[in-house]
Write a protein that binds this ligand. Sequence first.
Ligand SMILES: *[C@@H]1O[C@H](CO)[C@@H](O)[C@H](O)[C@H]1NC(C)=O
Ligand SMILES: *[C@@H]1O[C@H](CO)[C@@H](O)[C@H](O)[C@H]1NC(C)=O
Ligand SMILES: *[C@@H]1O[C@H](CO)[C@@H](O)[C@H](O)[C@H]1NC(C)=O
Ligand SMILES: *[C@@H]1O[C@H](CO)[C@@H](O)[C@H](O)[C@H]1NC(C)=O
Ligand SMILES: *[C@@H]1O[C@H](CO)[C@@H](O)[C@H](O)[C@H]1NC(C)=O
Ligand SMILES: *[C@@H]1O[C@H](CO)[C@@H](O)[C@H](O)[C@H]1NC(C)=O
Length: 506
Amino acid sequence: MRFITTLLPLALGVTAQQYAGDIISANLPTIAGAEVAFFKIPDPTGASNLTLINYYSHGTNGGRIVESNIKRAVISLHGLLRDPNNYMTDTLNALAQAKASDANINADSVAVLAPYFPNGNDKYYAYPWTDGLRAGRGSQTSALVWSGSQWSAGGNNQYPYTSTNTSSYFVLDTLIQYFADETLFPNLNQIVLVGHSLGGQMLQRYAAVGPDLNVRVPVTYWIGNPDSYAWLNEDRPLSTAACPDYDEYRSGYSNYSDYPMTYGVDLVNQGREAIQANYQNKQIAYARALLDHGDHSSDCGANTTGADRHERFFFFIQSWRPSCDDPASDNCDTVDLINVSHDNGQMFNSPAGLARLFTDNFYGARNRAYDFGYPRAQAGDDPYPDPAQESVPNAGINYNVYAGGMTYQGCWTNQQPVTPAALPTLLYDNAGNSIEGCVNGCLGAGFSIAGVQNATQCFCGSALNAQSAVLVVDTSCRLACPGNTAQICGSINRLSVFSAQYPTFA
Ligand SMILES: *[C@@H]1O[C@H](CO)[C@@H](O)[C@H](O)[C@H]1NC(C)=O
Ligand SMILES: *[C@@H]1O[C@H](CO)[C@@H](O)[C@H](O)[C@H]1NC(C)=O
Ligand SMILES: *[C@@H]1O[C@H](CO)[C@@H](O)[C@H](O)[C@H]1NC(C)=O
Ligand SMILES: *[C@@H]1O[C@H](CO)[C@@H](O)[C@H](O)[C@H]1NC(C)=O
Ligand SMILES: *[C@@H]1O[C@H](CO)[C@@H](O)[C@H](O)[C@H]1NC(C)=O
Ligand SMILES: *[C@@H]1O[C@H](CO)[C@@H](O)[C@H](O)[C@H]1NC(C)=O
C-alpha cells in the first residue's frame, strides 16, 4: 500500500463504507453479538483511504445486519480506556432490556457501532506494529490511530504517518452520513451518538464545532457524565485566578489552532457566538449520574467551571439552558438525572438511558419520553418536565427555620485560597458540628450569616465575599453534619449558608 500526497478536491461526501476498509489483523477480542469491522474513511484530501477499526453489531441470527431493516443507528463511543468491546457489550445488553418492553426493538432493527480510537499504547493489540523502523513509522497499515487522548477533542490522527490530517470528528461526520444514506438505510428513523465520561467530552466538543450535516433523520447527542466541557464563552462561573490558560482549547476556544487538529477552525474563527449557535442547533440528551461526584480532569480549566462533574454539569446547563420548545421537534434537549454512579452500563440500562438510546422516536413518530429524574436538582435543568411530577419538592433543600429566623440560603462556594474566604470568621472546626451549633454560635458572636463547611467547620460573617462565594447546585453540599447526621454541612470548599435574609455581599 502507498499513500499519495497530492491534493485532490473532495466534497465531504459519503464515501465511507462499512466492511470496505482494509482488514487490520491484530489481537482484538471477539465478543458476542458483534464483529470487529473495518470502515473505510477517505482522508480529508482524498489522497488515501484510511481504516476505522470498530465493533459492529450482528443481527439476531448471528450474521451481519440487513441494512434495509434497520430503524435506528446507535454509535457508542468509548471512554478514556479505549475499550470499544466493552461499550459494544454494554450497549447490546441495554438493547436487550429495551427489547423486553418492545420486541420490535432488537438486533435486527437497531445497528450498534462502537468506533475505536486507538493510540500508541494499543499497538500489537489493535493494529500491527513493526519494530526497528524509524520513529513513528512502525504502523504500516491504513489503520487510523491517534496520539494520547487527542481523539476525544477532535485531534488529527498520528498514523498512518503518510496521512495525518484526519480528525476524529471527521470520522464522526462520516459515520453519521453513512447511516443517513437513504439508499443503504431506507428505513432509518434516528441516529443516536452516545458518549459517556471521556466519550461524553468528545461528544460535547463535537456538538459545538461539528457542522449541521443536514442529514435526513434526527441526530441526538447523548452526553453522559463528562469530566469537563469546552465552555462556549469566555466567562467562567468560578475564579480563574489560579488558571491563566483557562480559556485554551479544550477548556475554551482560544488557541484552538494550536491544538493538533484541522477540524472546525473556520467556525471557531467566526467567534463564540457562532460556536454557541452551532451547539444550540444540536439535539442534546444530557444524562447525569447523581452519585457521581468524581473528577479526573487533567487541567485546571475544568476547575474554573465547577468542583467536579456534578457541579460543572449544573453550571453548564445554567449557562446554556437546554431547550425543548416542541417535544416532537428535531431539536429538543432533554435532561435526565439518574441515581447511579459513574458507570456507563448503569446509565444505559436506566429507564432514561433506554428511552434516549432506543425508544425515543423509534418508529419515526417523533415521540419522546418525558425527562427523568425528579425532584429537579436546580431550576432550569428540565426543559421538558413531566407535568405529573412538577410539584415534587427538591430533596436537597433544607426547609427548617433556625434561631434568629435563619433559614437555608443555598450551597455556596468558598474559593479560598484562590480568593479571600467566603465568610471571614472560622468560629470552630470540630466533630460536634451541627447547623444549630453553628447558627447559635454565629448569632451569639454578633454575626448574621452562618455557614457550615466540610462537615466539621463553622464559618460566620455578615456578608459573603463576592469574589469567593458563588451559588452552586444544592447537591454540591452533601456531607452529613457529624453532630446530627440527618443534616447537611456543606462539602469541601462548599458552604451550606443560613441567615434570616438572602445574604448581602462584601
Ligand atoms: C478510495 O476508495 C474509493 C472507493 O470507496 C475509490 O474510489 C478511491 O479511488 C480510493 N482512493 C484511493 C486514494 O485509493
Ligand atoms: C495537514 O494539516 C497540517 C496542519 O496540521 C497542515 O499544515 C497541512 O497543510 C495539512 N495537509 C493537508 C494535505 O491537508
Ligand atoms: C496561546 O496563544 C497565546 C497568544 O497567541 C500565546 O502567547 C500562547 O503561548 C499560546 N498558548 C499555547 C499553549 O500555545
Ligand atoms: C482542581 O482543584 C482541586 C481542588 O482545589 C485540586 O485538588 C486539583 O489539583 C485541581 N486540578 C487541577 C488540574 O488543577
Ligand atoms: C439514590 O441511590 C442511593 C444509593 O443507592 C440511595 O441511598 C438514595 O436514596 C437514592 N436517592 C434517590 C433520590 O432515589
Ligand atoms: C475536609 O475534611 C477532611 C476530613 O476531616 C480533611 O481531611 C480535609 O483536610 C478537609 N479539607 C478542607 C479543605 O478543609
